[in-house]
Design a protein around this ligand. Structure first.
Ligand code: SF4
Length: 267
C-alpha cells in the first residue's frame, strides 16, 4: 500500500477525535479539526450508500491469515504493490504465521522470502524486531490500540489504522495515496497532510459506513477516480461530485460489481 507524503507524521494533540473512533484508547479529546468539506451530510450519505450498493463486502487485497500476518503484510506493502507482497508472503506465512515462528526463522531467512519486495533488507529487520516486541510487550498478540501499534518497528499511523480496521473492526481511516487524492480532488475532506484528510473523513462519514469506507475509497480511487485521468463516465457519484476535473455529470448505473483483479502498478 502506498502513502501520500506527510509533512508531519505525528498528529498534534488537538487533531484527535473523541473516543475509539480514532483507533486509540486515549480519553476523548475536544476540538476536532474542521474538514471544510463541500458536501452536505445528505450528499455524503448518498455517496457512501452508492458505494455500499456497488460493493457490499469490499475486501482488502493483501493476503493474510490472522492479525499478525496482516500486520506483517501491511508493513511489507510500503512502497510496494499488494500483488508483489502477496507473492512473497504466500510462502513466508506458510512457515511463519506467528511472532514466535517469525523470530525463530530469523532476519536472514525472512529476507530470502521477501527479496522481491522493495526495501526488503530494512523490512526484514523490522519484521523480526516487531515480532520480538509483540512477544516481549504484548504476549505475542497484536494490540488493538493505535498508540501501542505505532510503537512497533516499521509501523506508522496508516499501517496501524489498516490493522485496527481490518483485524479489529474499528472505525479508522487509513489514508493512502488514493484516499488522499479523493479527499482533496472532490473537496470531500481537503487537507494538506494525510492526518488532516483522515480527520476530515472521520468527521463526515456516517457511522453506518465507517466499517468499509476505507476500502470503498481505495477501490474508487484505484479503479475509477484514477490519479492521472478520472474515469467519470463509469462513476456512480458523478452527479454529486464537485471535483473541478470532472468530465461528466451523469452517474453510471448503480449495480453490484464483481471484485476487480488487483492491479500491479506502483502509485
Ligand atoms: S465524477 Fe470523476 S472526478 Fe468525480 S469522483 Fe467520479 S471519477 Fe472522480
Amino acid at each position: 500500500m502506498t502513502s501520500p507524503k506527510s509533512k508531519n507524521s505525528s498528529t498534534p494533540k488537538n487533531e484527535l477525535l473523541p473516543g475509539r473512533r480514532d483507533g486509540s484508547n486515549a480519553k476523548p479529546r475536544a476540538r476536532p479539526v474542521r474538514s471544510h468539506s463541500r458536501y452536505s451530510p445528505a450528499e455524503v450519505h448518498e455517496i457512501f450508500r452508492r458505494f455500499s450498493v456497488q460493493r457490499p463486502e469490499p475486501k482488502g487485497e493483501l493476503e493474510h491469515v490472522n492479525a499478525f500476518t496482516l500486520l506483517v503484510a501491511v508493513v511489507l506493502s510500503a512502497q510496494a504493490t499488494d500483488v508483489g507482497v502477496n507473492k512473497a508472503t504466500r510462502a513466508l506465512f506458510k512457515v511463519a504465521d506467528t511472532p514466535q515462528k517469525m523470530l525463530a526463522l530469523g532476519e536472514a531467512k525472512v529476507g530470502e522470502y521477501i527479496r522481491t519486495v522493495g526495501l526488503w533488507r530494512n523490512k526484514a529487520k523490522n519484521v523480526i524486531a516487531l515480532s520480538e516486541a509483540l512477544i516481549c510487550d504484548h504476549g505475542g498478540e497484536v494490540p488493538d490500540d493505535r498508540d501501542q501499534l505505532v510503537k512497533l518497528p516499521g509501523v506508522g499511523r496508516k499501517t496501524a489504522n489498516v490493522v485496527l480496521n481490518m483485524a479489529f473492526g474499528q472505525h479508522t481511516m487509513a489514508v493512502d495515496t488514493h484516499i488522499f487524492r479523493i479527499g482533496n480532488r472532490l473537496r470531500l475532506a481537503p487537507g494538506k497532510t494525510p492526518e488532516q484528510v483522515e480527520q476530515g473523513l472521520l468527521r463526515i462519514i456516517p457511522d453506518e459506513y465507517m466499517r468499509h469506507a476505507h476500502h470503498w475509497l481505495i477501490l474508487h480511487g484505484r479503479y475509477v477516480c484514477k490519479a492521472r485521468k478520472p474515469d467519470c463516465p463509469i462513476c456512480v457519484i458523478a452527479d454529486i461530485c464537485k471535483a473541478e476535473e470532472k468530465t461528466n455529470d451523469v452517474p453510471a448505473p448503480l449495480v453490484e460489481i464483481a471484485p476487480l483483479e488487483p492491479v500491479s502498478e506502483i502509485q
